[in-house]
Design a protein around this ligand. Structure first.
Ligand code: ATP
Ligand code: MG
Length: 685
């Protein structure tokens, strides 16, 4: 159990009776402390199901489950390993009724929310609706209600947004739906206002572990406090230098408050980095140096100096991409790194992936884009999710509208408008209104026929989904359903380009296979024995779908090059990393240009967060790091001259930045050759 842990890590793992905070730099084994502590808690007699480990993404949760399984075997399945949002769903499904929420509530996706806000604010402009969405979300994640927002509004714009928020919240309640912020704020309300529920959860969770604690926001911290209660059995691990979600409401105050709110807090610092060579670590430490020190840390590595960090410039995006691909190909051959998955190309913004995708494809190098458009954002998947949401929660009106019109089944927008008005005036959901006797006064007879048919179909599907258990039955059910509603034909009818339609249909098949697999009943090899995965009904599985934002869990073992945003690379590591587009204006991102009306202090804070992002990027690398910048870069449609990021100079590479002189290299090679020849033939003079 103590294998592979240093003394400080062991101390953190063995501190079971009260709160602890592991505060340490990148690659020092914080996440490793969490997985080992799960094992330690189980060994100390805490049942696995009473341990909760909270991660930042679903992908990180999947990885942690795998690592925990390596330590404790099949017990790892029982540990609650998930994100704060997924934990919120659990709380609400179990106990949300006291807040008036049915267990089958829906989770709306961003698109649903945009259209709902268009409705609430009486606009057809998506950008306006999105800006409301952004503001409302910021208010909600700071724990504000619509009334709070109205009271605190500073100008007309905020007053309007607050009024729209009030309407929006009403609609959510009527639809038995929640948005992502509610997954934290409603459990918070639940636990703070209902003592019996709070006690139940505090009893249930014997220890809570939180990874990436520096990126929690105010409401998540409040939720954590309520979950652990006075006994305060929790372990938080984090690094203030890697806080990169300030723009989304994460706050370092949570780190500062911890010792104040929990005077008995045991703070443990880890100083040895096990991930990177000294050259890489030095560059990272130099970059983070200029930021103010919240908690001073020293970080060292005994993996040796390693290869110098390289800096390269490229003529433009395509040139940079070609070079990156060539570097990967040559490293893979020369250094005998046979695995594509040893390489990552990291960049600041999603759109930057395109040039690399093109170059990788041309060179036939397999890759995946992580942190990009989520699988669940694709229109075809959202269509199917709308159907599934409606099966689970008949009151979900946005899902009703989408499912009733996709594929077309004779229910037009006029009918839906009439049905909607009728539903609103009787305070019913659209689905409930379907079978109301008075509906005939509001909707034409023919339309009612179509509506009833649709209602019966939903009822029938719901009944069957509830009784469909295990992956084989689920697969059969799903393919029958798609056939019955004519979904494949719908894709081909609506897409002129057949190839695109075929790719969409491929996504649908991937999705339904994936859903079916989650219904269990498959063989799995755990702990040296073959067991069958837990069987679940299709309806149960569908309930959890809205929360899973990518299919990345399935991609774990793919041997492919990773393309990722810096944000999505947090917590991960690769032997070889190429940081690209490290230019002023990209990293740091548009600091002076777009935000020049910001006060100097806000700009300074933004710069600090960008610097932390660069630090996160550098510290993903284990063996080699290349940093590349663009001499010309695209800005909109134009190509403009590019400047290297100030962070490149801050890495303090000096010698390493000197461009290699081919003549010097040749000289060195000759000398090396002569030396080897001498060694293999010592008798020669
Ligand atoms: P980050 O700040 O990037 O999230 P971290 O602090 O969570 O990093 P880990 O990912 O837990 O660090 O560990 C970094 C690497 O070092 C991993 O490959 C891990 O297995 C390894 N490692 C951590 N501790 C030890 C140890 N005591 N002995 C050997 N290897 C270790
Ligand atoms: Mg980590």
């Amino acid at each position: 159990m103590s294998a592979g842990l240093n003394l400080a890590q062991l101390e953190a793992v063995n501190h079971l009776s009260g709160p602890s905070l592991v505060l340490a730099g990148a690659g020092s084994g914080k996440t490793r402390v969490i997985t080992h502590k799960i094992a330690r808690l189980i060994q100390a007699g805490l049942p696995a199901e009473r341990i909760a480990a909270i991660t930042f993404t679903n992908k990180a949760a999947a990885e942690m489950r795998e690592r925990a399984a390596g330590l404790v075997g099949k017990d790892a399945r029982k540990v609650v390993i998930c994100t704060f949002h997924a934990l919120g769903v659990r709380l609400l499904r179990e106990d949300g009724q006291v807040l008036g929420l049915k267990p089958q509530f829906s989770i709306l996706d961003t698109d649903d929310i945009t259209s709902l806000l268009k409705d609430c604010g009486g606009t057809t402009d998506a950008n306006t609706a999105r800006s409301w969405q952004w503001t409302i979300s910021a208010w909600k994640s700071a724990g504000m209600t619509a009334e709070d927002a109205a009271r605190q509004a500073r100008d007309e714009n905020e007053r309007t947004t607050a009024a729209i928020m009030a309407r929006y919240e009403e609609r959510l309640t009527a639809y038995q739906s929640v948005d992502f912020d509610d997954l934290i704020s409603l459990p918070l309300k639940l636990l703070s206002q209902h003592e019996e529920v709070r006690e139940k959860w505090q009893q249930k969770l014997g220890h809570v572990l939180v990874d990436e604690y520096q990126d929690t926001n105010a409401t998540q911290y409040d939720l954590l406090k309520l979950l652990v209660g006075e006994r305060a059995r929790f372990t938080a691990v984090g690094d203030d230098d890697q806080s990169i979600y300030g723009w989304r409401g994460a706050t370092l105050d949570n780190l500062k408050k911890l010792p104040e709110d929990f005077p008995q807090l045991k703070v443990i610092k880890l100083e040895q980095n096990y991930r990177s060579t000294s050259a890489i670590l030095r560059a990272a430490n130099n970059v983070i140096g200029p930021n103010p020190k919240l908690f001073p840390k020293t970080l060292w590595s005994d993996l040796g100096e390693g290869e110098p960090v390289r800096v390269s410039d490229a003529d433009n995006e395509d040139h940079e991409a070609e070079r990156a691909v060539r570097r990967i190909q040559s490293l893979r051959v020369n250094a005998q790194h046979k695995e594509w998955k040893d390489f990552a190309i990291l960049y600041r913004a999603n759109h930057m992936a395109r040039a690399f995708e093109t170059a990788l494809r041309r060179a036939q190098v397999p890759y995946k884009v992580s942190g990009g458009q989520s699988f669940f954002d694709k229109a075809e998947i959202r269509d199917l999710c709308a159907w599934m949401r409606l099966l689970v929660n008949n009151d979900d009106d946005p899902a009703f509208v989408r499912a009733a019109t996709t594929p077309k089944r004779g229910i037009g927008h006029t009918t839906l408008g009439q049905l909607g008005d009728f539903a609103t005036s009787f305070k019913l959901s659209m689905f409930e209104s379907l079978f109301s006797h008075s509906l005939a006064a509001a909707v034409s007879k023919r339309a009612i026929g179509h509506l009833h048919e649709f209602g019966r179909l939903i009822n029938d599907l719901e009944y069957r989904a509830r009784h469909t258990v295990g992956h084989e039955a689920a697969r059969e059910f799903l393919s029958g359903w798609l056939r019955d509603i004519g979904y494949e034909q719908h894709l081909y009818d609506n897409e002129e380009n057949e190839k695109i339609a075929a790719a969409r249909w491929g996504n649908v098949i991937d999705f339904t296979d994936w859903v079916a697999d989650r219904c269990g009943g498959k063989s799995d090899y755990v702990d040296g024995q073959t067991i069958e995965t837990e069987r679940k009904s299709l309806l149960e599985v569908v309930q959890t779908i809205a929360l899973i934002s990518t299919l990345s869990e399935r991609e774990e073992d793919q041997n492919v090059v990773t393309l990722s945003t810096l944000h999505a690379s947090k917590g991960l590591e690769w032997p070889h990393v190429i940081l690209v587009g490290v230019n002023e204006g990209l990293l740091p991102f548009k600091l002076d240009e777009a935000e020049s009306d910001l006060p100097a202090s806000a700009i300074a804070e933004r710069l600090q967060e960008e610097r932390r992002l660069m630090y996160v990027g550098i510290t993903r690398a284990q063996r080699t790091l290349q940093v590349s910048w663009l001499k010309r870069r695209k800005k909109g449609r134009e190509s403009v001259p590019g400047q290297p990021s100030r962070f490149i100079a801050e890495m303090g590479l000096d010698k390493a930045t000197v461009k290699e002189d081919p003549r010097e290299k040749l000289k060195a090679l000759r000398a090396e050759f002569a030396k080897r020849a001498q060694q293999s033939n010592p008798s020669s003079p």
